[in-house]
Design a protein around this ligand. Structure first.
Ligand code: PLP
Length: 355
């Protein structure tokens, strides 16, 4: 079978070895003949998985177990849009608005208190990371989205604030070296660089939660999940095990520092092509460009059909932009190999000879 180049924005691909190990675990998890789908979330085998994945998840980000709790929860990042204000917003929270996902988080926060939009790139159609001073005094927390999956923009720094900082890192966690330690609550839907969809991973600095904020139903209460070690209810055993396999793979490569080098190379290869071909336009502003999601379109939309056909021919999949933005988007998550990017660049260069 010829190689498929899957540029999906999520759920995306995981490394081949992870698929193989996860597939094997479906049949026989530990040599006893039990499937991973059939072991109890309270079994010693799964407790060992949870322990290892918790250590790895923290370790790969350079976070200390003494400083942060890590949770493996269900509901994806969208559930955290709700859990964050439920647990942390008593009066007023600050949000940086960088597009659709940030706006969804803002919408949820509005149900719990005042929301101050401390910075926004809305008037630039979210094609950039907002600049300027972020006013953060008397806020319960400041929320930002480190990578904006739809527009292909990315923060290259953690905004300064004199309140706790909360970050949605769904689409760039584990992809790069970052000041993870400066962030008090990091959360991510798993389906890009972590594992299967539906799972969310949340890192919470110890002491940052205000338990008196309001009555919080147990399923939404971070403190409850912390006190039960992510086992308040039946955990998503398969997704957590697959996450462990994926993080082991990342560690075997050399961790975040090593994968960042590959990710820089992939993004540079594609942006160089975009910038050198006069019929292609990058959508995000140059100084805000993401290394995970590269957005572009063609100067003449008549090129779309030709490009789409050539992508099918080359085994390039899921390259169309998000429905709200149009154009094209190549997502370059950790498991996407460099040769998929070069295959895409070859197609772009070939288009030049056909128009
Ligand atoms: N935040 C960001 C940055 C995303 O890219 C996405 C999904 O692509 C989400 C949140 C929503 O994640 P979920 O589908 O896990 O709720």
């Amino acid at each position: 079978m010829s190689q498929i180049h899957n540029f999906c924005a999520g759920p995306c691909l995981l490394p081949e070895v992870v698929y193989q190990q996860a597939a094997q675990a479906l049949i026989d998890f530990d040599g006893s003949g039990m499937s991973i789908l059939s072991i109890s979330h309270r079994s010693s085998a799964f407790l060992a998985v949870l322990d290892e994945v918790s250590h790895l998840a923290l370790d790969l980000l350079g976070l200390d177990k003494g400083d942060y709790d890590v949770l493996f929860l269900q509901g994806g990042a969208s559930m955290e849009f709700l859990r964050i204000p439920y647990n942390m917003l008593s009066t007023k929270a600050g949000y940086i608005n960088t597009g659709v996902w940030a706006s969804k988080a803002i919408e949820q926060a509005h149900q719990f208190g005042q929301v101050k939009i401390t910075a926004s790139s809305e008037n630039n159609e979210f094609k950039s990371i907002p600049k300027g001073i972020v006013e953060t005094s008397s806020l319960d927390y400041l929320h930002f989205t480190s990578n904006n999956t739809i527009y292909g923009t990315q923060f290259d720094y953690v905004p300064q604030a004199n309140c706790p900082i909360v970050c949605d890192m769904s689409s760039d966690i584990y992809s790069r070296v970052f000041d993870y330690n400066k962030i008090d609550v990091i959360y991510a839907g798993a389906q890009k660089n972590i594992g299967p969809a539906g799972l969310s991973v949340v890192f919470i600095r110890k002491g940052v939660l205000n338990n008196k904020v309001r009555f919080i139903p147990n399923m939404l209460n971070y403190q409850e999940h912390i006190s039960k070690g992510s086992l308040y209810h039946t955990a998503n055993v398969f997704a957590i095990y697959t996450t462990l396999l994926n993080l082991r793979w990342l560690k075997s490569l050399g961790g975040v520092e090593a994968i960042e080098k590959v990710n820089i190379k992939k993004a540079a290869t594609l942006y160089e092509a975009i910038d050198s071909l006069d019929f292609v336009r990058g959508i995000a502003e140059s100084d805000s460009r993401s290394k995970m999601n590269v957005t572009f379109d063609f100067v003449h939309s008549s090129i779309d059909k030709l490009f789409d056909e050539m992508c099918v021919e080359a085994g390039i999949k899921n390259i169309r932009g998000h429905r709200t933005l149009g154009g094209y988007r190549a997502s370059l998550y950790n498991a996407l190999p460099l040769n998929s990017v070069t295959a895409l660049v070859e197609v772009l260069r070939e288009v030049k000879h056909k128009i």
